[in-house]
Design a protein around this ligand. Structure first.
Ligand SMILES: Cc1cc2nc3c(=O)[nH]c(=O)nc-3n(C[C@H](O)[C@H](O)[C@H](O)COP(=O)(O)O)c2cc1C
Length: 175
């Protein structure tokens, strides 16, 4: 049977893809099969009942493709069980400290309100200086942001486990 759950993501440097894959692994451990696909790889959401959508954050925004995806699919998403996440803040502090209070792109908030996701998470991100585009390297230098992998897998794990529990309560994964 085709999976009813999809974890879809937009990534530039793979940090968000790896978070999506981790969420997929946690769901699989709970007996919940999920497709884990980049936004580019999906054409229709029709048969999915659960959509977990994530994007990397660049200069306070979701990547353009992810923002567009949310906009274009607002109607269908508002009929499904949805979780949203972002991967961004860099640093060793709490996510609130490292994001300076940023939680979700302001201009997408009205769409998110209409979709009414079960939750919107913000996870720390990762940057590898050697892999950045020249422009991004420059921007990072000017902004003096910490460079490294600041993702906290135990937080991502816990979030995914909560999703798994909710889904199991709603009857998913019962065969
Ligand atoms: C040029 C640039 C700008 C960034 N701006 C933000 C930002 O405004 N807010 C934030 O939380 N993270 C910001 N980040 C951090 C990245 O979003 C983060 O490292 C993310 O995990 C990268 O995901 P990806 O590897 O999936 O592309 C920025 C990174 C770069 C290189």
């Amino acid at each position: 049977m085709a999976n009813e759950i999809i974890i879809t993501y937009e990534t530039r440097y793979n940090a968000t893809r790896e978070i999506a894959e981790k969420i997929g692994e946690v769901l699989a451990e709970s007996g919940l099969g999920a497709d884990v696909l980049s936004i580019d790889q999906i054409s229709a959401l029709g048969h999915y009942k659960v959509i977990i959508l994530g994007s990397a954050v660049f200069t306070g925004n979701w990547s353009e493709k992810a923002a567009k995806f949310l906009e274009t699919n607002e109607k269908v998403l508002s009929e499904k069980m949805v979780w949203l996440f972002s991967s961004g803040p860099l640093g060793e502090g709490s996510v609130e400290e490292d994001s300076k209070g940023w939680r979700f792109p302001e201009k997408l908030q009205p769409i998110a309100d209409r979709i009414a996701p079960r939750d919107i998470a913000l996870f720390h991100g990762k940057i590898d200086k050697d892999k950045l585009s020249l422009m991004h390297k420059f921007m990072i230098k000017v902004a003096k942001v910490p460079v490294g992998d600041f993702r906290r897998w135990e937080e991502i794990n816990a979030w995914a486990k909560d999703i798994a529990e909710t889904l199991k309560k709603e009857g998913f994964g019962q065969g």
